[in-house]
Write a protein that binds this ligand. Structure first.
Ligand code: PSU
Ligand code: MN
Length: 305
């Protein structure tokens, strides 16, 4: 029955059967998070980096009404170019599939695909979270609820300060989601290594990440883990530059009345325009850095099973 909706790429399926280090990747970052052609270049390079580190990449998305785990190169190019690919979070999955649409999966959507296929490690750039002024708008990404309930560990570079990072961490605490700093005591803020907020646990090796994940799932403690891997120092942006750009983007979103699922993509593209592309380069580099860690983590985790 599941096969009707879910299609696992043969290479990924074989790797899963052989208990190899499979790493899930999202497609919203391709279709809505970066401009063409940098988005395809990045997506393909991320897959290569995972392979260089003994992993098997599985980029996830919906093509013509099927959740595909392990998109082909052509499918990744289609996601990147089409302009007509919907952004798919948990609530959108039934409709994208029933209506035979193409959909780029968000962090939440990708976790669902990964979990259906039996993949436990997922690499991305930034996660969704509690938006600033959420007290009024109630804008809280469905990603957070997914971390609470789906058993997939997510390697990211933290949360952008388009979000309220403090409230995002509070939300995760309430839902029992461990937030880990990889080699740091501080939760990273995507473009910068520091956010001013502490993590629950600092972990310094892929082995230690894997053993914590194993214990969590062995005990039936449902849900994921958020691993914040700071952007490499050489690609970090100046704190003031990026925060001024973020403020400007937030003001403009407010003026234009941008709401709901449009908010995050709008802010990302504005910030890129304001910083004339510098933020895009940082964004790309931090994803590569996460891919290196994610592959090593997945490899260590596979050794424990
Ligand atoms: N943050 C980024 N880049 C992204 C996203 C978030 O720095 O591409 C995407 C991810 O797919 C994430 C989604 O899951 O935006 C969150 O959207 P929303 O806030 O609408 O839940
Ligand atoms: Mn939202």
């Amino acid at each position: 029955m599941l096969e009707k909706y879910l299609e696992i790429n043969p290479e990924v399926e074989k790797a899963l059967r052989e208990n190899r280090a499979v790493v899930a990747l999202e497609s919203t970052i391709i279709a809505h998070g970066m401009p063409y052609p940098k988005n395809v270049e990045t997506a393909l390079r991320v897959e290569e980096i995972i392979r260089e580190n003994q992993g098997v990449p599985a980029t996830i998305g919906i093509i013509n009404g099927r959740m595909k785990v392990g998109l082909t190169r052509e499918e990744i190019e289609h996601m990147a170019k089409s302009g007509d690919v919907m952004k798919v979070s948990r609530r959108d999955i039934p409709f994208a599939i029933a209506q035979k649409l193409d959909g780029a999966t968000t962090v939440a959507g990708t976790m669902i695909g990964a979990s259906l296929a039996g993949i436990s490690v997922f690499v991305t750039g930034g996660i969704g979270g509690v938006h600033r002024e959420a007290g009024e708008t109630f804008d809280i990404s469905a990603d957070l609820q997914e971390f609470a309930s789906t058993n997939v560990a997510v390697v990211c570079a933290g949360a952008k300060s388009i979000l309220d990072i403090g409230l995002t961490l509070e939300y995760l605490e309430t839902h029992g989601v461990p937030v880990i700093g990889y080699g740091t005591e501080e939760f990273p803020a995507f473009y910068t290594r520091k956010s001013g907020f502490k993590v629950d646990y600092r972990v310094d090796t892929p082995e230690a990440l894997a053993s914590a994940a194993k214990v969590k799932w062995d005990l039936g403690l449902r849900g994921g883990m958020v691993i914040g891997n700071p952007i490499p120092t050489e690609y970090e942006m100046a704190y003031d530059t990026i925060n001024r750009a973020i403020e400007e983007a937030l003001d403009e979103a407010k003026e234009l009345g941008i709401k709901g699922k449009e908010t995050t993509p709008f802010l990302l593209s504005k910030i890129k325009a304001i910083t004339s592309g510098a933020s895009l380069e940082s964004n790309i580099q931090l994803v590569y850095n996460n891919a290196r860690l994610g592959a090593k983590f997945a490899l260590e985790l596979s050794k424990l099973y």
